[in-house]
Design a protein around this ligand. Sequence first.
Ligand SMILES: Cc1ncc(COP(=O)(O)O)c(C=O)c1O
Length: 391
Amino acid sequence: MSIYLDYNATTPMRPEVLDAMKPYFDSHFGNAGSVHSRGREAKRALEEARETIASALGVREKEAVVFVSGGTEGDNLAIKGVAWAARERGRHIVTSAVEHRAVIGACRALEQQGFEVTYLPIDAEGLIDPETVERSLRADTTLISLMHANNETGVIFPIAEIGQLTRERGIVFHTDAVQTFGRLPVNVETHGADLLTLSGHKIYGPKGIGALYVRPGTRIVPQIHGGEQEQGARAGTENVAAAIGMACAVKIALESMPTEHYRLRTLRDRLETGILGRITGTRRNGDQDRRLPNTSNISFHGVREDSLMAALDLEGVEVSAGAACASGAPESSYVLQAMGRRPEIDGGGIRFSLGAATTEAEIERVIDLLPGVVERVRTATLQGAGVRVRA
Ligand SMILES: Cc1ncc(COP(=O)(O)O)c(C=O)c1O
């Protein structure tokens, strides 16, 4: 059996989630926009799902939750939606250099359309300084988009402080909480977020569904045009089954968070100490404390991340390395580069992300296995270099 340690990439759907969804593919297949009984039944279920997600985020008005197709669409709708809605007031957006590609990509697209974007740096531990954020603000800044926690390192940003800053200045604040929901408390009031993105498949829900919280009164321009679904913010027949699946996953994530947080942190720390203690030339990437409980990112000197990932895969251990670009070819991580890591010197970063099915036995197995695998990859890398030198 393989050992899956890539829960930040995606999670398996819980059986309860599938059970909750099934009727909506079958007997309850109605279109939530239809006015007959079957349609109204679908609409009722959709609105219940919306309410569950709203209340999980500390939101009273369920209409503030907009169902979208996932984290990527949620981020795009938040950023492009606010940028265009506020364009008469200003065209400057602030974000960080280590956001998920969904955010960076949306910002780059806006730059092509005459908006200006500041990509803030982070420090060697992956943290952002609220003062740096404050200094970047201008009279024409309309939006700040900063993630709650980084998907590669797990480092947590001080978003409540940033939320406070934006409130004082009347700037809209978006946070991508795709990696934090179910792992840390997420509450739009505590964080001062005007917009917040969630994704279903990161919390043991289905793929292809997400939610964007939009604070009532925050203007966004829809990015998909058509019908008046989702309070006019997102056209298209709603994916009722997926929304119900996501709401079910949200409920379970909240219930299991207190115990899972501690359990995963203990396992993660055991894994990290085991690796750093047993393998020379290793280095943790990301602040020790201000980090997601399930995530560990480690650089291995003299090893390319894609080679180590492939070698581990052959041993039945599934982890993630850097960021895979659209072609599938590995690229060294822009997140680690922003932390000042040099892949040629520090080695590539491997992300171990633990989740619901991770056991102590699996962690011990990885600790036992990894030194030999790293040794083999290091030797092969040196030999490879030697062959090239002789040729
Ligand atoms: C921080 C973050 N934001 C956004 C996304 C995109 O979410 P989705 O896969 O639902 O489009 C991801 C997924 O990796 C993520 O980790």
